[in-house]
Design a protein around this ligand. Structure first.
Ligand code: GDP
Ligand code: IMO
Ligand code: MG
Length: 445
């Protein structure tokens, strides 16, 4: 708000302008290839926030949170939904599949959440049509071995329609002619599926019946101009946390292209995906696992194909929360983490799943790459195995079970050495160490 103090001086009016203060927006972002534990930490942090807002991605995300012995997986709904007071916003940068959204709502039915007042959806968010999912499937099938390993939720085709200026948005559902627009787009998609020349079996009528029923449910929720809502909330001093989906190495610009998702998963994505001005970003919380995982195709320099990788996957229960696929596992990669920290402007770190590394005699940290005959410490353009070989340092591991530890003073010395080493090389403090999937298994430093 501008406060004007006008004084007339001669023929001129002098206007003194004071800008009123706005509350900064904090971001929580994954620094690896997704599944870092964003859902758990957003749930843990929601008590300190008034609003949790998703800014990109869609039902390709699977955010797990656990409390009172129950595990929940959210795909489109922000991870603050279980808290009494917090508002949860699905921002303009998100893509929404009404069918999946409806299922998420049904899964939460027993919690008696007042969705109408607590869950607010941007009119500018784009809709995933059934035919977007068919296009995703056809594109992947046509790629064969070179497939991205997409979650097949229609993410890529929906963002393509957004940037191609053909998409349908939530706000369109408030117009009387939305079905006409839908039909034209779906028909076009259907003929595009034909161009791929692959065998995709589907019953469009059945898919559309489910879609239209789900749209009716979606329309019962509250649609807002979320950028305006968030601006007013900031002015009113509300605390806002933007919840990222996927991870920095899946970013459409900075990730391991083309094996990426179709949105900006990095800090800049929160600005465009919510309408937050860059100078209104506050803390940037970067979250990473004590090791590395990736699901789907694409290069992964520290990937392990041995017993150590198998142990990480088994102990860490590394199966995709959305697709159930086994996640590939490997040691922590400081080169990739530094790259993500720089691009995002991370101000503090959270290290997840430290408990999974208990029992390893030694733990390895990749802190440089062999790249075309030289040692480099930046994340290069070509990270495929034929170009990049990781260099490791090795540190003594820890035996203790961490899952019942409540305080930083209980953490084993060798784990503390691991944490302190990482803080030194990453040049950002690690503020939270997570030692289990439950809300309570969270240690603050
Ligand atoms: P997100 O996509 O970043 O929200 O992460 P996911 O939910 O896809 O994957 C993280 C998995 O690790 C989930 O199954 C969580 O319940 C689990 N998890 C989160 N933090 C911890 C932790 O500190 N230790 C263990 N063992 N599991 C954790
Ligand atoms: P959360 O938010 C891990 C991966 C897919 C695939 C690539 C492209 O739970 O961390 P897409 O469906 O977007 O076209 O898939 O990105 N991927 C994820 N991997 N966590 C996610 O989300 C992911 N969302 C997409 O496996 O390799
Ligand atoms: Mg996930």
């Amino acid at each position: 708000m501008l406060l004007r103090d006008q004084k007339t001086i001669g023929n001129f009016k002098r206007i003194n302008i004071t800008t009123s203060k706005q509350m900064a927006v904090d971001l929580l972002l994954g620094l690896q290839w997704g599944d870092e534990g964003k859902g758990k930490i957003v749930d843990v942090l929601t008590k300190d926030y008034d609003i949790i807002a998703r800014f990109q991605g869609g039902p390709n995300a699977g955010h797990t949170l656990e409390f009172d012995g129950i595990k929940h997986v959210l795909h489109t709904i922000p991870s603050g939904i279980f808290h009494k007071e917090a508002k949860n916003i699905v921002g303009n940068g998100v893509v929404i599949d009404p069918v999946i959204f409806q299922k998420e709502l049904e899964n939460l039915a027993s919690f008696k959440i007042d969705f109408k007042s607590k869950l607010l959806i941007s009119r500018k968010a784009h809709l995933i049509l059934p035919t977007h999912r068919l296009l995703d499937a056809a594109s992947e099938a046509a790629k064969g071995k070179a497939k991205i390993g997409s979650t097949l939720k229609g993410i890529g085709p929906t963002y393509m329609d957004k940037t191609g200026r053909n998409g349908m948005r939530v706000g369109d559902l408030e117009m009387s002619d939305w079905k006409k627009k839908y039909r034209a787009l779906a028909d076009k998609h259907q003929s595009m599926v034909g161009f791929y020349n692959v065998d995709i079996q589907y019953d469009l009528e059945e898919l559309e019946t489910a879609f239209f029923a789900a749209v009716d449910k979606l329309k019962a929720l509250t649609f807002i101009d979320s950028e305006q809502y968030l601006y007013e909330a900031q002015k009113a001093g509300k605390k806002i946390l933007a919840e990222g989906a996927q991870g920095s190495l899946l970013d459409i610009d900075f990730g391991t292209y083309p094996f990426v998702t179709s949105s900006n998963t990095t800090a800049a994505g929160a600005c465009t995906g919510l309408g937050i001005a860059p100078n209104q970003i506050g803390r940037v919380l970067g979250i990473f696992k004590a090791y590395t995982t990736r699901v789907g195709s694409g290069p992964f320099p520290t990937e392990l194909f041995d017993n150590d990788g198998e142990t990480m996957g088994r102990v860490g229960n590394e199966f995709g929360a959305t697709t159930g696929r086994a996640r590939r596992c490997g040691w922590i990669d400081v080169v990739a983490l530094k790259y993500a920290i720089t691009i995002n402007g991370v101000t503090e770190l959270m290290m997840m799943k430290a408990d999974v590394l208990s029992g390893f005699k030694t733990v390895k940290i990749c802190n440089s790459y062999q790249y075309k005959g030289a040692t480099i410490s930046h994340f290069p353009y070509n990270v495929e195995p034929k170009n990049v070989r990781p260099n490791y340092i090795e540190m003594p591991g820890w035996e203790q079970d961490l899952t019942k530890m409540l305080d930083v003073t209980q953490l084993p010395e060798n784990l503390m050495n691991y944490i302190i080493y990482l803080e030194e090389v990453l040049e950002v403090p690690i503020k939270i160490v997570s030692v289990g999937p439950d809300r309570t298994q969270t240690i603050y430093r």
